[in-house]
Design a protein around this ligand. Structure first.
Ligand code: S3P
Length: 185
């Protein structure tokens, strides 16, 4: 853990440089939970693009997929990134599939990109009881998660300035690892 003086110094530095921190990684890696806490610790704003998309559309992501298809959702996701991926002083949690589009990846590079990594089995354990993700069907077990990771993992790795495994560690350790990385920048 970083001691209090370091923490204050670091916050002062961040307030001056106002970073934009972009969290990437698959469903269930903990982007929202980690992002909210990290933003709180660093006195930065927090945005979750999935939540922003839902607020803007006035409905859940599942309904967007039903009415507009995945293509419609990806279009909305791109617009959300255009809105938020230029905001300094912000931690942005992105959706697991945002990494697919080159335009999105380019926007993410405006910030410090942190990849929250979890294995498909760990992802499955976390999200199996939640049915609001259209690209995940709990009845498929880990299979669909493995399929998605095959395509997306190289893209996550390719964009990451820093990677942290979120599968087994406590949120405190995950945040501490990210903070140590940021301090060393
Ligand atoms: C998706 C991940 C979801 C959400 C949408 C599609 C995906 O975000 O954007 O359901 O294709 O992996 P989380 O990664 O926050 O669950």
């Amino acid at each position: 853990m970083i001691d209090k003086i370091d923490l204050e110094q670091r916050i002062a530095t961040y307030r001056l440089s106002d970073p934009m921190i972009v969290l990437i990684g698959p469903m269930g890696a903990g982007k929202t939970t980690v992002g909210r806490k990290l933003a709180q610790n660093l006195h930065l704003d927090f945005v979750d693009t999935d939540q922003a998309i839902e607020q803007n559309a006035g409905c859940r992501i599942t309904e967007i997929f039903e009415q507009e298809g995945e293509e419609g959702f990806r279009q909305r996701e791109k617009q959300a990134l255009e809105t938020y991926c230029c905001l300094s002083g912000t931690v942005i949690a992105t959706g697991g599939g945002a990494i697919l589009a080159e335009t999105n990846r380019r926007m993410m590079r405006n910030g410090i990109v942190i990849y929250l990594h979890a294995t498909p089995v760990q992802q499955f354990q976390r999200i199996k009881k939640r049915t609001h993700r259209p690209n995940f069907n709990p009845d498929d077990g880990v299979d669909s998660l493995i399929r998605l990771m095959k395509v997306r993992e190289p893209l996550y790795r390719g964009e990451a300035d820093f990677t942290v495994n979120t599968g087994k560690q406590s949120i405190e350790l995950i945040i501490s690892a990210i903070e140590k990385f940021l301090v060393g920048l």
